[in-house]
Design a protein around this ligand. Sequence first.
Ligand SMILES: O=C(CO)[C@@H](O)[C@H](O)COP(=O)(O)O
Length: 221
Amino acid sequence: MYILAPSILAADFGNLRKEIETVSEAGAQYIHIDVMDGMFVPSISFGMPVIQSVRSCTDKVFDVHMMVEEPGRYAADLKAAGADLLCVHQEACRHLDRTINQIKELGMKVGVALNPATPVETLSCVLDQVDMILLMSVNPGFGGQKFIPYTVDKIKKLRAMLNERGLQTDIQVDGGVGLGNVKELMEAGANVFVAGSAVYKQDAAANVKAFLKIFEEAENK
Ligand SMILES: O=C(CO)[C@@H](O)[C@H](O)COP(=O)(O)O
């Protein structure tokens, strides 16, 4: 039920394959891959060639977060590079419905992401079409930022909207997530957790295991 998605934005890029293998072997279920275009967000990260070059080092879900204007332009190339789940920003898609369908038709799971200041109600029309909703809990573009507290109320509101419609859609939270606040986010209704700096500091395998222990305790309650 609960999923950890280590964000490789915080990994050592010089040892990317090893960094991914470490968190995979420790039990992380997803590998979170932040693609940035320098337009939708101020920074530029990496794209298809890098994703393709690390695809063979794990069979874990490649959870690709597109911080890119009009991400539908890259959907087919990302599928070819090895993306399993493609998450696009509501704010970056002029024709969100079309982009969602395009991703599904390519055979990938689809997520829609919202910036911290975008209300969850904006997804009302597409709630039943997506596999995951990603609530950004920092302004996207950089790792290592402080969690924005009002995100907790957004998680609660979104989970209530999904419950009202009988949907069990995943809610992913991304930004400033760590061992100190993950329980609160789980209680609010999120079930997929992106963690960059909280995983890739000191012992990444031990950090993954500490998250998974919290998940296991909650699942066995
Ligand atoms: O999407 C982003 C940043 O835009 C994230 O995925 C960060 O990589 C999360 O980093 P931490 O806040 O966990 O350090």
